[in-house]
Design a protein around this ligand. Structure first.
Ligand code: PLP
Length: 232
């Protein structure tokens, strides 16, 4: 992992990339939030991020997040689950993080809703993960399933849908990667019209493809290696 000093230098570079991308497409950099993805790194990583003013902390495994969060000294982080969620970890996830970005199937919607009722979460924020890369190996619902899931979340008692999340296609081809992000934005626009609700958050873009995601409308880029160095 990067040293603390290197983290702050890297953060500057990432912020420059975000600003340049915004400038290229005429967006206000204030519309794009930066999440620090701290998976595999110690609690210190989250401390540095929060100290630097980054609010969103991303973890992809529930148990790792549950072990790490109590060790963090800096208060004020908003922790988010960005990795696949099994139903047997749903309760721990709700008790550990502040938002779940990886809701992608009906059974998970009903399990989370029931558990929220049991543990007293009134209006728990979630994103719907959509597999816009149409990669069978990836998590996320199919584009055609999204509307049904949006309706299911909307009619749940305790979940609040704030937007959509996707992972860029695993390829070197920027045209194809960009297409994954564009499909998420277009889907969001269709869902807003079809369901008559607002889905403001578009979580897309990582270290390798954040510029493309920003140009296609990302409101939250999830960055790990560009901030903390390569993971072991
Ligand atoms: C690990 C991870 C990231 C961050 O990846 P980097 O390439 O290190 O920036 C973003 N999103 C998800 C879902 C991840 O699992």
């Amino acid at each position: 992992m990067n040293s603390r000093e290197n983290f702050f230098i890297s953060l500057n570079q990432v912020n420059c990339r975000i600003n340049d991308a915004c400038q290229n497409c005429g967006r206000d950099p204030g519309e794009v939030k930066l999440m620090a993805v701290t998976k595999t790194h110690p609690a210190e990583a989250a401390d540095w991020a929060v100290e630097a003013g980054l609010r969103h902390i991303g973890e992809n495994r529930v148990q790792e997040a549950a072990a790490k969060r109590p060790e963090v000294r800096q208060a004020g982080g908003f922790w988010e689950l960005i990795g696949p969620l099994q139903r047997n970890k749903a309760r721990l996830a709700l008790e550990t993080v502040d938002r779940i970005q990886t809701v992608d199937r009906l059974k998970l919607v009903s399990a989370l809703d029931r558990l929220c009722g049991e543990i007293g979460k009134e209006s728990f924020p979630v994103l719907l993960q959509v597999n816009t890369a149409e990669d069978p190996a990836k998590h996320g619902c199919a584009i055609e399933e999204a509307e049904g899931l949006v309706e299911a979340i909307r009619s749940s008692e305790h979940l609040r849908l704030e937007g959509l999340m996707t992972i860029g296609e695993l390829t070197e081809d920027p045209v194809r990667i960009r297409a994954t992000f564009r499909r998420l934005r277009e889907l969001r626009d269709r869902l807003e019209r079809a369901c008559g609700l607002k889905l403001p958050e578009l979580s897309m873009g990582m270290t390798g493809d954040l510029e493309l995601a920003i140009e296609e409308g990302s409101t939250l880029v999830r960055v790990g290696s560009a901030l903390f160095g390569t993971r072991l």
